[in-house]
Design a protein around this ligand. Sequence first.
Ligand SMILES: [Zn+2]
Ligand SMILES: [Zn+2]
Length: 172
Amino acid sequence: MSTLEDGDNEAALAPPPMSESPEEKFREFLAIRGEKLTAPRRLLVRHIFNSHKHFDADELVAELPSDAQGRKVSRATVYRTLRLLVEANLLRELRLTNRTAYEHDYGYPSHDHLHCTECNAVVEFRNDALRKLRDEVSREHGFRASGHRFVITGLCPKCVRARGPRRRLDLV
Ligand SMILES: [Zn+2]
Ligand SMILES: [Zn+2]
């Protein structure tokens, strides 16, 4: 089992080799639907696959660079492109308690998450026992599992420490 946190050292889970770039995969997905990889879509897919992290749509809008004319990709385009990237299996949607986050699906090993409801930290982990349990439960019900959602919510160690004394006072 390995863990990694949002932030600088996000590369702890070794990605499997990618046969095609995310941009190529997205172009093919769009072509099947009769759509084009427009300049804003290309900018988005490049920007998103530049670094692995968990992000929500508003964070993405805020950090997108403007073009030479100072124009930014519109919020509507960002939302629609995110939906398309999820449909194309390039991004995975992560429903957390108070927000919907996105992360790379293509070229990144499957894993589960812990979510701190106080500071919003997202920690990744892999656990084979959990996967076995999922397959076992599926078999019992005649299912063939293709995926699952499992998010542990609670407080991260930092927030537990920050809250500890106050909580104890609350109980007095
Ligand atoms: Zn926290
Ligand atoms: Zn993740």
